[in-house]
Design a protein around this ligand. Sequence first.
Ligand code: SF4
Length: 375
Amino acid sequence: MRYLSEYRDPDLARSLLRQIRQTVTRPWVIMEVCGGQTHSIVKNGIDRLLPSEIELVHGPGCPVCVTSLELLDKAIAIASRPDVIFASFGDMLRVPGSEKDLFMVKSEGGDVRIVYSPLDAVQLAKENPDKKVVFFAVGFETTAPSNAMAVRQASRGGLSNFSVLVSHVLVPPAMKALLNSPQNRVQGYLAAGHVCAVMGWEEYEPIARQHKVPIVVTGFEPVDILLGILMTVRQLERGEAKVENHYLRAVSREGNRPAQELIEKIFEVTDRNWRGIGVIESSGFRLRPEFAQHDAEQVFDLTDMKVSEPSSCISGLVLQGLKKPHECPVFAEECTPQTPLGATMVSSEGACAAYYSYGRADLLSGARSNQDDPE
Ligand code: SF4
């Protein structure tokens, strides 16, 4: 398939691996920010093909995984109401809340529907004027334009029965927060191409400069990722720290200006609580006050919810690159995609799901024996 097969070319991949081996002289820790990249790395065994000096750690770029438990419990409370049709992308339905997930709400009679676009939810609101239709607006900067479009359509169409439960998170503030952490191990970033397709890469330049980390914008296919790693390692070995864009087929420096303008009209920046990580300043979007009637958090009175994370889940450490999924004591035992204890085992972009799906259970015996070792 054109535009795909060339980015999966084995000869090209081998050549890039050879160049990486020839370039690296000492250990480096590189974080791929996006969960889609994590899945591609684990699925294609890229982490195992790299020279031992390069450690890839998995970042927080899975919006399903970082949606706060409190917001998820709010979604569950809203979806349980008899006057509500709750619309969501499918991967949010199995994410465990404090006591249940959205699938359980559906099985108990809640009107929970899987949609493929926020505009489907707007249509539901048109067709069901006697119901309150709520769309779970989860995502990074990538999904913000379509969610903004849905709110604008509902507002212009006078659909007062349509609202969104907003859980938008922003990538650059999370990258900065990880670098500012005293536990930080990240020395270089692979930035997410699809986020940069919307937002451009200008906003990464101050991060690279201030924190002295190379940032390479790359895509999701094996050749994309290997080239991103090679460019990052070259910078690290030379002592450089700049932003480079290798995802030229989709990303420009300034990004998609019309999409950014639409986002700007509907959303404003706010602090956001990231599941397992905590509150990161200015790391999310919320609706502007003029769209309050479409803001589900204001439409439904759901303040002061008490939440409790399962104590065994270490997904917060996984999302910060401090632990690998197989180092979780319940990975592939109590926690599987069928019985997930944390969001990173549910989402199609979650690191735990990637390790489980692509046969990393072989890592378990080593990890477990290390945990058991009193030394
Ligand atoms: S394996 Fe399950 S419990 Fe462990 S960190 Fe991953 S999601 Fe959480």
